[in-house]
Design a protein around this ligand. Sequence first.
Ligand code: ATP
Length: 203
Amino acid sequence: MRLSAENIRFRYTKERTILKNIHFHMDSGEVVGLTGSSGAGKTTLGKILAGYQKPERGTVLIDGKAIDQGGFCPVQLIFQHPEKAVNPKWKMRKILEEAGMPSEQLMVALGIQKEWLNRWPGELSGGELQRFCVIRALSERTQFIIADEMTAMLDAITQAQIWQAVLEYAKLRHIGILVISHDSFLMDKICSRKVSLTHLQNS
Ligand SMILES: Nc1ncnc2c1ncn2[C@@H]1O[C@H](COP(=O)(O)OP(=O)(O)OP(=O)(O)O)[C@@H](O)[C@H]1O
């Protein structure tokens, strides 16, 4: 399976076009790093790939076909800030049920304690809450994951635990991952290839 973005153009305001003529593709099972200076538009491209932003021009395709905008998006975006990604009025169990209850094995791999399911998002730490955002994105229908600074605010041990669980799951299910991060050590360790936004812009 191939996720591709063709001829993407995007701007938030008339004054500045953030993405111009972007061409990008990645295949199932790949772990690709997206690099670029701060403010270059990496998050914006991630949002476009996951259907959160509509490009002014260009298309996002899976195997040459447009992604159905109605239902569950096979391209799942995980943000740096989990508190912005969950409904604060839903308990954690309901948040998980919406995406389909994950297996107990995956809950253990991500270090999610059963007791947390009865809590509100505001009653979990940032790291605990991020584990829920990660597991929610690992649905059976997920084909690609955009990990946008997914573990940037976590300590090294939690970061390693989450990445290990995600990479194992992705390998098993042949999921492709786009890693957006300023952590070059992490990128070098987990990515099979790296692309720079500047290069995508000019290729
Ligand atoms: N909603 C918005 N309205 C206007 N401008 C925006 C909006 N969101 C982002 N921008 C601007 O678009 C540019 C690209 O932002 P984006 O977050 O995609 O960059 P980035 O490469 O991910 O940056 P960083 O590495 O710092 O996270 C930035 O200059 C940012 O200020």
